[in-house]
Design a protein around this ligand. Structure first.
Ligand code: GLV
Ligand code: MN
Ligand code: MN
Length: 415
């Protein structure tokens, strides 16, 4: 049985961060908001107490650095994100930051330094809730941040560049956050599984093999607003009816292929009155598949379908990609090390793909990446009912401890 004290501290901290929200009665923490600032300050103070040098970088990531045994050593990155979806659970993201922090606390308490520096990064935006583009924080470190994104506006018309400045960041300095690949050894992230596989296998943790590619689009149907009482049905150009037909086409296409998932998660109707025919309907489209070619083909088919629906109904279609990432593989060598760690703790080490996106996707452009999944109740996530146990978190922390130790032995031997 793993020792539970450290895991219970991690769980308590998840509760503390889970109460830092933009909205009363539910957890919502978007990029560069006052709630994010508060979460950053709390995490930064825990990092300082664990002997780390801490800074908030120019995009809003909190980075705690635990120095190596000797200067000029390379860096192993650990972490996850602190932003959330709307009405979120409290473990998606924060758990990975806090398990990594707990590991550094163990090292600090033991007075132990490694042949490399450890940096725990609490990423500023992985969900993309505020600007619809995910991985803003990790893209900055990977040198993949797209400066065109700075002019995106949120739902209140606030430009990303302004939001970053108001948060205390500096849009002009984001390019300077890029890490050097020759100084970065790897990135390892602990995260809740967000699916049912580990529960089905009765296992506390598992190793991520691949992370599914995903595309996100904004699709807008533009028809003609009109009087709900006077415009005959045959003369209408109802944008919402076109959107509704499209939503069902998305579901039908995705259901026909077991490897494909597609979701419309957001729909805005304008002008938005019970006695006005909708003139505009804007929706989000999220398509994911392990096979990048299938994802691309699906998007092509859906685009044609939207145009066909629009043409038949006299409704224009605007189709705009906001984000795309290909399927990435976690590094086999790191996965073998994680598997050894899990087996050393007495559990079978299984590999599983991730349908969810993670900061590891962006960081895979910088360094080899690995991820350790933690079982979550019923596979439920992106939902306030998200739940993990202290016992499983204890196993994840011990596995990360063994992994980092193994990594240190290997690096020490190479030095
Ligand atoms: C992140 O949670 C995602 O939507 O993949
Ligand atoms: Mn998420
Ligand atoms: Mn996440």
């Amino acid at each position: 049985m793993a020792e539970l004290t450290d895991a219970r501290r991690v769980m308590g901290r998840c509760d503390i961060l889970g109460a830092i929200s933009e909205e009363l009665g539910c957890l919502t923490r978007r990029f560069a908001t006052p709630a994010m600032g508060e979460a950053n300050r709390v995490v930064a103070s825990w990092m300082r107490d664990a002997g780390m040098a801490v800074r908030q970088d120019s995009i809003g990531n909190v980075i705690g650095r635990y120095e190596a045994r000797s200067p000029r050593a390379k860096t192993l990155l650990l972490g996850s994100h602190l932003d959330t979806v709307r009405d979120a659970g409290k473990y998606d993201g924060p758990l990975g930051v806090l398990v990594a922090l707990a590991l550094v606390e163990r090292l600090y308490a033991r007075g132990e330094r490694l042949p490399f520096a450890l940096e725990v990064v609490a990423f500023a935006d992985e969900e993309g809730l505020r600007y619809h583009t995910a991985y803003l924080g990790s893209q900055a470190l990977a040198g993949a941040f797209d400066h065109a994104d700075l002019s995106l506006e949120d739902g209140d018309g606030i430009m990303m560049s302004q939001a970053i400045r108001e948060f205390g960041g500096d849009p002009e300095a984001i390019a300077g956050e890029q890490r050097r690949p020759d100084e970065t050894l790897a990135y390892c992230e602990v995260h809740i599984e967000q699916g049912p596989v580990l529960e089905r296998h009765d296992l506390p943790v598992g190793v991520v093999s691949v992370i599914m590619g995903q595309s996100r689009f904004n699709v807008e149907f533009v028809g003609e607003a009109g009087h709900a009482g006077t415009v005959p049905m045959a003369m209408r150009h109802d944008a919402l009816c076109a959107a509704a037909e499209f939503v069902l086409a998305v579901e039908e296409l995705a259901r026909a292929d077991a490897g494909l998932v597609a979701t419309v998660g957001q729909l805005t109707v304008g002008p938005g009155a019970s006695n006005v025919i909708p003139g505009r309907a804007a929706l989000s489209l999220d398509v994911r598949c392990l096979d990048d070619a299938v994802r691309e083909k699906t998007l092509e088919t859906l685009h044609k379908k939207a145009i066909e629906i629009g043409a038949r109904r006299g409704v224009a279609v605007e189709w705009r990609q906001v984000q795309a990432s290909t399927t990435i593989a976690c590094a086999p060598k790191l996965n073998a090390m994680l598997s050894r760690a899990i087996e050393a703790l007495g559990y079978e080490a299984i590999g599983l793909p991730s349908g969810a996106g993670h900061d590891a996707v962006a960081l895979s452009a910088l360094a080899p990446v690995a991820m350790l999944f933690v079982r979550c109740k019923g596979g439920v996530s992106h939902n306030p009912a998200e739940s993990v146990t202290s016992e499983d978190v204890a196993v994840a922390l011990d596995a990360l401890d063994l992994f980092v130790n193994d990594f240190a032995v290997e690096q020490g031997a190479m030095a």
